[in-house]
Design a protein around this ligand. Sequence first.
Ligand code: CUA
Length: 339
Amino acid sequence: SGVLCGCTVLALTACAGHQQSVVDPAGTQASHIANLWWFFFAVLGAIFLAVMALTLWSLTRRHRGIEQEPLESKHKPSKATESRLTRIVAGATIGTVLILFVLLISSISTGKSISELGDKQHGLIIEATGNQWWWRFRYMNDDSNEILVTANEIHIPVGRPVMIRGMSQDVIHSFWVPNLNGKRDLIPSRITEEWIEADRAGAYRGQCAEYCGLQHAHMVFWVIAEAPDKFKQWFDAQLQPAFAPADADKLHGRQVFMNNACIFCHTIRGTTAAAQNGPDLTHFGSRRSIAAGTLPNTPGNLGGWIVDPQSIKPGNHMATIALNSSDLQPLIDYLESLK
Ligand code: CUA
């Protein structure tokens, strides 16, 4: 998808607090897009006002004409009137073409200056894989011990370029964080690249921007931009295997996880759960949302999600697991303790 899209208008009103907004840029790339947006808004707004003003003016003129001129002469404009009208129409046509060219050139030059940003030498590389309907993120590193896998939430250091290397597990998705950059399609068996760079700390909401099936609207992720030392702290903590449960309740919860279908889809590093079909849950408790941004991450929501995922997000691939309450509560306690 290009820089320009009618959907950007939706993003203006999509979320309170500017956590998802193209006109509240938090990065270099997004600033270019916001400037382009305001330029288009100004030019097209001025044209709209001019057209409305001319329409009103012509309505009053026409009324006067009918009163003053006999009917037959109205249909035969004089030579002078005709050549004047021809000049006006020709001028308006040339003006329209020129304005379209100005818009085209400013759009192309914005795209060009965005594509020149990024820094392959010092940039961070994050692989983003679209899945129906969640996000797998992998922080790449030459040292395989430093590769971090997480889901639906990434942290990035402020002031450092980050390359999003996009791919898809199934259908075409689109990676979009309006506060940071435009959209980039994630295409099966192809790799696409997009650079983002946050120039201030904050939590920015990202969204799949390509219709990808029933739960497309519930394919959300968060980008948390923070100071480099804070990011380093987060990264090092996330690299650690999951905390071993400290009490009988959570030990029981871990056992419930391992004895049920959970283990067929999820990984919890440091345990025997190592499946790759669903989100990595090693540090699940540290994330702000569950079900790819569908619900805030609270014990109550997690319980509802485990017991009946299909009523919360119909069509998703999470299995419904029948648990009695003496197993459910320990499982919730265990998962929420995975900070
Ligand atoms: Cu993934 Cu829409």
